[in-house]
Design a protein around this ligand. Sequence first.
Ligand code: NAP
Length: 314
Amino acid sequence: MSAQVENVVIVGTGCAGLTAAIYTARANLSPLVLEGSLPGGQLTTTSEVENFPGFPEGVDGFMLMQSLRKQAEKFGTRYESGTVTGLDTSQWPHSLKLAGREIRAKVVIIATGASPRMTGIPGEKELYGGKGVTTCATCDGAFYRDMDVAVIGGGDSAAEEALFLTRFAKKVYLVHRRDALRASKIMADRATSHPKIQMVWDSVPVAVEGVAAGAVSGLKVRNVKTNAESVLPVKGIFVAIGHVPNTAPFKDAVDTDENGYFMPAAGSQVKTKTPGVFVAGDCADHVYRQAITAAGMGCQAAIEAERWLAEHGG
Ligand code: NAP
């Protein structure tokens, strides 16, 4: 059976992928968007997005992604679910490998985003998901009503998670390995001054307690200045220490840097050295990592893809 051949395949459905879809669809390229395991990307796990231009009252992350999806569909974007496991660019149209099938694409736009980084401490994996360790306060916060919880991290995500959790939890420990938050000043001020948030400075997580019982009963932390260890008596642990780019399936075809982020060709943010392959969003951006910058990269990738196809017989 011959493989399906597409003009443009966009891998990923976050802000970058769906913006690329809106633009390529409006250019009559009838893009196919492949939806992976988290349709809508990271914003679907965020509550209120306060800094996306055009929404003075803020916008719910899930609603925003639903709107982008609908907007792309209106112009002729098609969606299929499927996880890409490899990309072969040794022949053209390029070959995307999915479980049990292949899709050929004249142009590929990779917008696979990034996934939460985990600490790797003992107990974290065993008690992840439904047993007390999670990476999403929006998804799981309500399970911890009137309980004590801990958030690990010092960036905007950690501050945001901690603040969100104050709606439910009795007390929120914010565990950070240094004595100053990396988060933006406004978020840091909000978190450090909140009466329900207790800062645990200069401390690294050592172990999640409760493995034998099958549920989190505490977080062991070590103060890096004194080496003293203590256990925070929490039922929930929210890991918010950044993300790792989802680039592994494409590493044979597209250059990545030492941290795994896609490396664009010189002079471009979205063109790669691999002809007909473009990248956008958090999988290629370790600096800005914002919804709006991801959307901007999606737009650039779409315009470049359109030009490339026009030149190469799309
Ligand atoms: P981030 O800014 O990279 O912060 C990660 C935090 O985790 C840092 O404080 C880091 O400590 C800590 N960390 C990293 N590895 C660790 C480990 N193994 N053990 C303990 N702590 C560790 O990541 P992020 O907070 O996810 O934010 C990512 C981007 O999204 C940023 O650009 C941020 O501004 C943006 N963002 C914005 C908003 C908003 O505007 N509302 C909300 C969320 C995210 P160090 O500080 O010591 O490096």
